[in-house]
Design a protein around this ligand. Structure first.
Ligand code: NAD
Length: 423
């Protein structure tokens, strides 16, 4: 099949590379020319395990990259994978979706055969039918039966995006007519996963409900973890016992500094805003958010308990990415920690195996180091913010600190002298 993918970020780029791997001919349209250039040279600006290998296999063969929409009409279907960041009042900012629909619609004007548009960006229920479909029909000047529409939410996790795309738990396809649904489903031939066919609005809601539930598990584990710490109980021992119940399962029960990333925080805000606009009270969702906002600041309370006032103290922050195996720092819990440390007048020295460049774009006035050992040299204390496996090997490196004060926001270290956020 000939497929065009619009938006070359985590979702679009990974989808494009994996679709090529499935045997499709793929045209990736990334509007940012610098990003498009680095992707076409096989050096994407994002890091994902296995992605570069797929690019080097398929670029120039099954996969082509462009920053213009010229060849869309040659494809059978288009995936929309542009960003939907948090906008005003918590609702998603749909400006990129609108602009993609405009460009896509215009490029379909001269196409005479059927085309399918598959929405992959996360949008609130009603957006595909209320905004995407009318915009594309308007700009393409074509009829509703000449273009089909589906909503196919993406569930990949950054850091394991390639693996998740190729081995999903399920494929959700929301459609209002069987022809579009069949065609969208056929894209995934070769992937073994159950397919859930729903209405378009239900597919949109499945994505939000899934993310809200996972975020709820994390905040629940964190609240229980805080309680366990006060009782001197090991929260991990407790959640191991809890997670063995098949009705609960062991995933997303790791207590720590809270969730970040490009999805959970903004999707939770969007769902809360949606509920409020309908005069519903999102009591659980608001609590999930509140626990998550307080959690990273608990690390600083622990730190002050150990070394007193933070003014003038040299604090090493290990881990900047919102989780391991990615360079993405969006809503990383290390951001509120660094901001608070700055506010308190601490000297901050930071290290991350992949995310230093991303954090430098956001925060310039702290010191960055090329290794964890360099960051630790002469530090008064250290806070571990990301569960990078390489941190589990650290031990003697902590002896370079002025004092071995180590506060852990993720359970990853195995050496002595550690104070964990919930353990
Ligand atoms: P991203 O910001 O990493 O990438 C979006 C890309 O789209 C950018 O490179 C941007 O330049 C490009 N773009 C913007 N407007 C464009 C246009 N008109 N034409 C062509 N390209 C355009 O975003 P992402 O993380 O890939 O997320 C995309 C969507 O998928 C969002 O709705 C997000 O909520 C959802 N999602 C993300 C993840 C994730 O883990 N990142 C997982 C599941 C779903």
């Amino acid at each position: 099949m000939k497929i065009s993918v619009i938006g070359g970020g985590y979702v679009g780029l990974v989808s494009a590379a994996c679709l090529a791997q499935l045997g499709h001919w793929v045209e990736l349209i990334e509007i940012d020319p610098d990003r498009a250039r680095s992707i076409s040279q096989g050096r994407p600006q994002i890091y994902e395990k296995g992605l570069e290998a797929l690019l080097s296999k398929h670029l120039g063969e099954r996969l082509h990259v462009s920053s213009i929409y010229d060849h869309i009409a040659e494809s059978d279907l288009s995936f929309i994978c542009v960003g939907t960041p948090e906008g005003e009042g918590g609702r998603p900012d749909l400006s990129m979706v609108q602009s993609a629909c405009r460009s896509l619609g215009r490029s379909l004007r001269d196409k005479s055969s059927y085309h399918l548009v598959v929405m992959k960006s996360t949008v609130l229920p009603g957006t595909t039918e209320g905004l995407v479909i009318p915009a594309i029909l308007k700009h393409s000047r074509r009829e509703g039966d000449e273009i089909g529409f589906c909503m196919n939410p993406e569930f990949l996790r950054e850091g394991r995006a390639v693996e998740d795309f190729m081995h999903p738990d399920r494929i959700v396809i929301g459609c209002n007519d069987p022809i579009s649904g069949e065609l969208a489903e056929s894209v995934y031939r070769g992937i073994e996963a159950p397919v859930v066919r729903t209405e378009i609005k239900s597919a949109e809601m499945i994505k939000y409900a899934s993310n809200a539930f996972l975020a709820t598990k994390i905040s629940f584990a964190n609240e229980l973890g805080n309680l366990c710490k006060a009782l001197r109980i090991d929260a991990y021992e407790v959640m191991k016992g809890v997670g063995m119940d098949h009705r609960i399962n062991p995933h997303f029960l790791n207590a720590g500094a809270g969730f970040g990333g490009s999805c959970f925080p903004k999707d939770l805000s969007a769902l809360i805003a949606l509920a409020q606009s309908l005069d519903e009270k999102p009591l659980i969702l608001r609590s999930v958010q509140e626990v998550n906002e307080r959690q990273p600041l608990r690390l600083l309370e622990l730190l002050e308990g150990k070394i007193g006032r933070l003014k003038g103290k040299r604090i090493a922050v290990l881990g900047l990415a919102f989780k391991n195996d990615t360079d993405d720092i969006r809503e990383s819990r290390s951001i509120p920690v660094i901001m608070k440390l700055k506010e308190e007048g601490a000297d901050i020295v930071a290290y991350d195996p992949k995310a230093v460049d991303s954090m430098k774009r956001l925060i310039q006035d702290i010191e960055y180091c090329p290794t964890a050992a360099d960051a630790l040299r002469g530090a008064d204390a250290c806070i571990v913010m990301t569960e990078w496996p390489e941190f589990s090997e650290l031990d003697e490196e902590f002896d370079r600190m002025r004092s071995r004060v180590i506060i852990e926001g993720r359970r990853i270290l195995s050496c002595r002298d550690i104070e964990g956020i919930c353990w």
